[in-house]
Design a protein around this ligand. Sequence first.
Ligand code: G16
Length: 559
Amino acid sequence: MAQSLKIVNRSTNPFEGQKPGTSGLRKKVKIFKQENYTENFIQCTLNAMGDKLNGSFLAVGGDGRYYVKEAVLKIIQMCAANKVKKLLVAQDGIMSTPAVSGLIRKKGCDGGIILTASHNPGGENEDFGIKFNIANGGPAPDGVTNRIHELSNSIKEYRICPELSCDISRPGVTDYLVEGEPFRVEVVDSVEDYLELMKGIFDFPALRQHVTGGFKLLINCMHGVTGPYAKRIFVEELGAPAESVVNGVPLEDFGGHHPDPNLTYAADLVEAMKEGDCDLGAAFDGDGDRNMILGRKAFFVCPSDSLAVLANHLECIPYFKTSGVKGYARSMPTAGAVDRVAASTGKSIYETPTGWKYFGNLMDAGMLSLCGEESFGTGSDHIREKDGIWAVLAWLSVLANQKMSVEDILGQHWRKFGRNFFTRYDYENCDSAPCNQMISELETAIASGSMKDKSFSSGGKTYTVAKIDNFEYVDPVDASVASKQGIRILFADGSRIVLRLSGTGSSGATVRVYIDSYEKDHDKILLPAQEVLQPLISIALQVCRIKEFTGRDAPTVIT
Ligand code: G16
């Protein structure tokens, strides 16, 4: 027994706004660094476990951003003081979100704490985040996060063992005595268990043959958590040259960039793919759950299409041969391409609100195998988080099996199913009040019925409103209701405009406008998306009065 430790109860006062968003609490580092701020939120997270806290077994990992190591120590000290029995801690506090999800499931943890603000920038002046995952390995559902928020409004004290110290720089076990009770910390390798999981899902020898046979990869880890995973899997296991993985060292500030794998923030990958001769390009976000897939010459795979293509080729992945394909799901703003695959394969398709947490119940109930979101998330029921590295291995499996290029697979897919043209406009860091006003004015229009059957014209095209609502989801498993999940304007031809406020920003409001339009005419399916969608984009901006409420002439990011 290394140390005998005392528990200290410290008085504190509530902080306003400790309300987890789409995925955890995300705020500026300087907010988390205020005295007691991080401790309050951790205490409320632990308290929200209720009776299960005493004697529990939890996992802790993070994306390597600034403040992760300090927060890991606080979590260890507070778990010790709150009668947690055992903690699995990632080496150096670094473990991707999907790997933590897998670890929770494999080791039978009661839950886990993940220190990440995902794709938000990192560093002393940027963002930090804390997220709680439950025993199924997935993000805590609304009931739990609402409880954490409720507790944060009345917290009076937290418990900590301030004398506890722990070396998390190498794997190993440390046993402590906390006021006579045993407490164990096991530091685990960040990659090992995840690698084993991937080997059980994919045919590594076949993928290695494809990669060493001349198929060229370019993997951009954006200085997030995935570097060690990408090097181990794509280089060491699959035989890709070392230079196939770039920006592979996790940095506390992600090299000063947004670790967000889209055409704007992963522009260096786009340039390298355009100029080079790689067959498959990919980028991941800070915590490794998002992915962007590019083909030769930077041919962009829209995430909604990525989901549909994988859904149509799951037989190329050994895991699904064994587990079967139980159904598909997509978040509501995600384009409906996968729905057409579901119709052709006779599988169920579920439409959930934005947030990976909504897929968990369906997976646990054996109703869902593959799901995805327009926000560059793709994954399956192997864990309960989206999974960036998994998505690249899935694409590699399809390409190796079909012996086709990314572009040809998409062309074939669109000719068979038609194409859902999709784009998303983001207006980041706007003033919250006018953006809330914009949503409430649209809600008033919904209530008055004034938009129904109304026609809008632009660029020679006319769209007639068939239905407008604020999306509500009733979970088919536990009947829980998530309301006000985004304004949907559905047109008679099946096209859609969706408008919602992001739940992952750390300050102000980010408005997201999503446009989805279906085309089955073979002469049009290869046209550039922005060209095809321009009339509907103009209508969306006009109907929602974006410029008036955001004060912006143009979006910050277009995907
Ligand atoms: C999180 C959620 C995703 C969601 C995304 C965007 O991703 O896990 O399910 O689609 O945020 O959410 P919003 O539109 O509310 O910003 P991540 O990668 O940030 O954890």
